[in-house]
Design a protein around this ligand. Structure first.
Ligand SMILES: *Cc1c(COP(=O)(O)O)cnc(C)c1O
Length: 373
């Protein structure tokens, strides 16, 4: 916990990450490999150290959201497949090629525009099986055929994305079943009609948690890799994953408020009787939701859960440490993670703020150094 002198930091347990990668890999069908989703700076965990550790675990495929994330990964030395999941403007084809990135074909028009750049590109074809975000409609065999006929597009994979696989409600389970049917139907047709699909993939984290192992080349795990679920919904499988990230900051000072005094913006905290407040060096500009302080957010100090006090500031927050012994300037305060016997999870913080862990973690700002442990 004390390997850094920073004011606030993201502590990343690379051992837990490696454990999660192994647990996920062993939950997949034989022949199906983990594609590590490291978009948004690896969901706030630091894409470069995460990818480096995963490569040591034998992971050979990564997914990012955009071109710049792919280039940053290559610059950091990541080898293997890097798939850009999102739309890349066709004019950037040269950069995709230069950095050896594999681009998602978002739709027929995108595929045509990419091909028209005159640069040979490795691509994966996105099929829309019901989410209606990216992808060529899985039933549109003509569009698929036309894409295969284009010059410059080397289609190395075909994939789709599930949109309700986090739910165990029967309507959702049934919708997912239909998405799988459309996907495998299209893949089968492609094989029979000279459109080699290459590597296939459809499961993301909830597809791994809630579906049987799928006969694909890859499964794209994001949030599961980081050892947490998106929300509180139950999952069918229990994979024994471990949270990777802890979020910590420093105590700048501890002060005593006299009865009747207030603290912070709007004097939103009021001391009815004498109170001790710790000033902690992290705020909403570090990516912590500002609403957390007003929604009963807690911070671990000296192994105890303590309530945030008043309004969160941009770079600091106040914590009521009345009656907690041994809180001193320089101490590490835990916003996500463990301290002694106490724990506060990303899930708990996200739930308090009405969001999912994916959003909470991916917003943790660049101002917070990543400290691998
Ligand atoms: C973000 C993303 C993933 C990873 O999703 P998780 O639920 O975090 O595992 C997988 N596939 C696509 C297309 C994505 O956009």
């Amino acid at each position: 916990m004390e390997q850094t002198k920073s004011r606030a930091w993201r502590e990343v347990d690379l051992g837990a990450l490696a454990h999660n990668a192994r647990a996920l890999q062993s939950a997949l069908a034989p022949g199906c490999r983990l594609m590590a989703v490291v978009k948004a700076d690896a969901y706030g965990h630091g894409a470069a150290p995460v990818a480096r550790r995963l490569e040591r675990e034998g992971v050979k495929a990564f997914a990012v959201a955009c071109l710049d994330e792919g280039i940053a990964l290559r610059r950091a030395g990541t080898g293997g497949l890097i798939l850009v999941l999102g739309y890349t403007p066709p004019e950037q084809a040269g950069l995709l090629r230069r950095w050896g990135l594999t681009q998602t074909v978002a739709g027929e028009a995108h595929g045509r525009a990419l091909a028209a750049q005159g640069v040979p590109l490795e691509v994966h074809l996105a099929l829309d099986t019901g989410m209606h975000r990216l992808g060529v409609p899985a039933e549109d065999r003509e569009a698929i055929t036309r894409l295969y006929a284009l010059p410059n597009l080397k289609i190395r994979g075909v994939f789709s994305h599930l949109c309700v696989s986090d739910s165990l409600e029967w309507e959702d389970v049934d919708f997912t079943r239909r998405q799988l049917e459309r996907f495998y139907g299209a893949v089968k047709w492609m094989k029979e009609h000279g459109c080699a699909p290459g590597g296939t993939h459809i499961q993301a984290s909830y597809g791994i948690w809630n579906l049987l192992p799928q006969p694909c080349a890859w499964a794209r795990a994001g949030i599961a890799l980081y050892g947490v679920t998106s929300g509180a919904a139950p999952t069918r499988r229990e994979l024994g994953l471990r949270p990777v990230l802890s979020l910590r900051a420093r105590v700048a000072m501890v002060r005593t408020l006299a009865p009747g005094e207030g603290a912070g913006y709007g004097l939103a905290f009021r001391a009815r009787e004498e109170r001790q407040l710790a000033v902690v060096t992290i705020g909403y500009a570090d990516g912590l939701p500002r609403a957390l302080a007003q929604r009963g957010g807690e911070v671990l100090l000296a192994g105890r859960r303590c309530l945030m006090a008043g309004r969160m500031c941009m770079d600091q927050l106040l914590v009521d440490v009345t009656g907690v012994e041994g809180v001193r300037p320089g101490d590490a305060a835990t916003l996500i993670g463990r301290d002694g016997g106490a724990e506060t999870s990303a899930g708990e913080v996200a739930q308090r703020c009405g969001t999912i862990t994916n959003e909470l973690l991916s917003r943790l700002g660049a101002r917070l150094p990543v400290v691998p442990v």
